[in-house]
Each structure stands twice: as C-alpha cells, then as structure tokens.
Design a protein around this ligand. Structure first.
Ligand code: ADP
Ligand code: MG
Length: 326
C-alpha cells in the first residue's frame, strides 16, 4: 500500500506548491474564512496550512489520511487505470506517504483538539492537542523518502515563488477568504477578506500588485445560463503590461483554448493587436455544462457547448471594450 500511495503522490504531488494547493483546497472545502500558510526552505523543510474551518472529528482523523483507492487495487491493470485517472480523495494519503506529516484539528463547538502523526506512511494513534477551532496540517521534509523526487526540487526561491503564485490564484478565486503567507518566519502576504465589490477590486489589485493595470474595466453580464464577471485591463501607452491572465470556471482556475481565443479576439478587434491582455474573469455556469475533471492536477476543462461559451465570452468582452472607445 505504501508503494501505491507513493506512486499516487508522484502523480499529483509534483513539488511543494502542489501540496499547498491540495491543503488549501481542503481548507476552503471545510468552510474556512481565514487560511494561513507557513513555508520554510521553499517548502522542502515545512509546509503548514492552518484554517478556521469546520474541523475533523477525532474518529475521522485516521480516515482523512487513509487511502481509499488502495483496497480497490487488486492487479496491475487496476493500478494503471487509477494512475491515468489521477487520484481524487487521495491527497492527504499521498502527501503523508512522502513526508513527516501531522494533522491537528478541533471541531467547531467542541472543547478538545486531537492530533495524529504519520511518518512516511506509518500512522500513530491520535493524541489530545492544543488547537483553536479548525485544522492544521504540517508537512515536513517533503519527499525525504523518495530521493528521486527530492532531487527534482529547485532552489528555495523558485519553489517559494511557485507557492506564492499558487496562493495568488486561489486568493483571486476566493475574495471572501483571508489568506496569509509566510516564508522562513517572515510574513510575505496578508490578503484580507473582501466583503463588497469595491473591496474586491482593491483585493484583486493588491494580489496582482504591479501586474494590475492602471486602468481596468468591470465586467458583469449574464445570458443563456452563463454569467461572466470580473475585471479586464485596458492597455495604456505608458506602461508595459505583464501577462497576467486569470480565468475561473465555477471558481476553478483554467487554461483553455476556447477561452483564450475568445478573449484575444475581443481585444484584437477593439483595442490593439499583439499585446497581452491582463484580466481576472469569473465564468459561472451549470456544472453539468462543463467537465472540469479532465485531469486533477492540470487546468483543463471541456465545455459541453464550446461554441456557445466562445461566442458569449467574445460578445460580452467585445461590447464592454467597445464602450471604452465610444
Ligand atoms: P478529498 O479532499 O478529495 O476528500 P483529501 O485527501 O484531500 O481528499 O482529504 C481527505 C478528507 O479529510 C476530506 O474529505 C475531509 O473530510 C478531510 N479534511 C482534509 N483537510 C481538511 C480540513 N482542512 N478541514 C476539514 N476536513 C479536512
Ligand atoms: Mg482534498
């Protein structure tokens, strides 16, 4: 079973930022309003994610790190099948098989907290601990028992930059959640929750920093079961723009050809050629209209009605951009 968890880990857990992604997504799933990420040595020494979410009951702590696929894998064929599908519901099992791992949690409205530790896949019994409502996950010495993977980790600065980028993309997706990030004990980011649209714009500008354009246009339009909102940057002559493009489908960051094409066309048609647009856009649609599970670790989606989505995006952006010229 350990081998299988480690193979699973290799599939989804590429580097420290992939661990952060899984942990922060769990915190968001648990209804956290505040998430703190502490990194040491680019994540090679420590990745700790603390949240104020619903917490995990003591009886469920061992289940949280248990592998659900393991019992179902009876042959090599099965293993191959699982590997190609990716491992969902396996993040903690995978991470804990390739690190020195601890999970501490207190369920809201309960007065006791508990902690379990997993060392390279070996689970220790739950012990009482001190912890406020919510959950902390600590991942130390990532890949310490998988030398081939450990070798692939880059310089501390590079790995931290990946974590920072990842947190940026999550902070843009979830403006109502406070995020904090520290590296080697130093606070690096504090992004407060935004309650209204004005605060949201401020937060987007803060998260993007220098990448955020001097002039931006608010987008908010719904039609045919599709809703597009967010901000697009207007090009200015004076300032070179970074290539910051964030497109979320039902809250999930995606990179999609259809989307990219529609946006590029709209800009090219109205404003300028050959420059990169800056945008943070959120598309909401019926989950049945989109398959986001093409690969759990990639940013692919498949729209059921590609043409409809493309034309909706193009028209919405085209109209909004055209008004700035009128
Ligand atoms: P998945 O998220 O796909 O269910 P994971 O391995 O990421 O699989 O997590 C396993 C389970 O552990 C989750 O389903 C959830 O019940 C619990 N869990 C993990 N992290 C947290 C957290 N921060 N707060 C509350 N529950 C959590
Ligand atoms: Mg998860």
């Amino acid at each position: 079973p350990e081998l299988i968890n480690q193979i699973a880990a290799g599939e989804v857990i590429e580097r420290p930022s992939s661990v952060v992604k899984e942990l922060v997504e769990n915190s968001l799933d648990a209804g956290a309003t505040r998430i703190e990420v502490d990194i040491e040595a680019g994540g090679a020494r420590l990745i700790r994610v603390r949240d104020d979410g619903g917490g995990i009951h003591v009886d469920e702590l061992p289940l949280a790190v248990a592998s659900h696929a393991t019992s179902k894998i009876g042959s090599f064929d099965d293993l191959e099948h699982v590997a190609s599908m990716g491992f969902r519901g396996e993040a903690l099992a995978s991470v804990s098989s390739v690190s020195r791992f601890a999970l501490t949690s207190r369920v809201r409205d309960q007065d006791a907290a508990f902690r379990i530790e997993v060392d390279g896949g070996k689970l220790q019994a739950a012990r009482p601990a001190q912890h406020p409502s919510g959950t902390s996950v600590e991942v130390r010495d990532l890949f310490y028992n998988v030398p081939a993977r450990r070798k692939f980790m880059r310089a501390e600065r590079t790995e931290f930059a990946h974590v920072d980028d990842l947190l940026k993309s999550l902070a843009l997706a979830r403006g109502s959640v406070e995020f904090r990030l520290s590296h080697n004990g130093k606070p690096v980011r504090i992004w407060k929750a935004a309650r209204d649209q004005q605060a949201q714009l401020q937060r987007v500008a803060e998260v993007l920093g220098d990448e955020f354009p001097a002039q931006s246009l608010r987008i908010d339009h719904a039609a045919a079961g599709l809703h597009l909102s967010g901000w697009v940057g207007l090009p200015t002559a004076s300032r070179a723009q970074a290539d910051s493009q964030y497109f979320y489908v039902n809250g999930r960051l995606v990179r999609d050809r259809i989307v990219a094409h529609a946006v590029r066309q709209a800009y090219a048609d109205v404003l300028f050629h050959g420059r990169h647009a800056v945008f943070v856009l959120y598309l909401e649609l019926d989950p049945a209209g989109v398959d986001v599970n093409v690969h759990p670790a990639k940013h692919e989606v498949r729209f059921r009605e590609q043409r409809l989505v493309h034309d909706f995006l193009f028209r919405t952006l085209h109209e909004a951009l055209a008004q700035t010229r009128a």
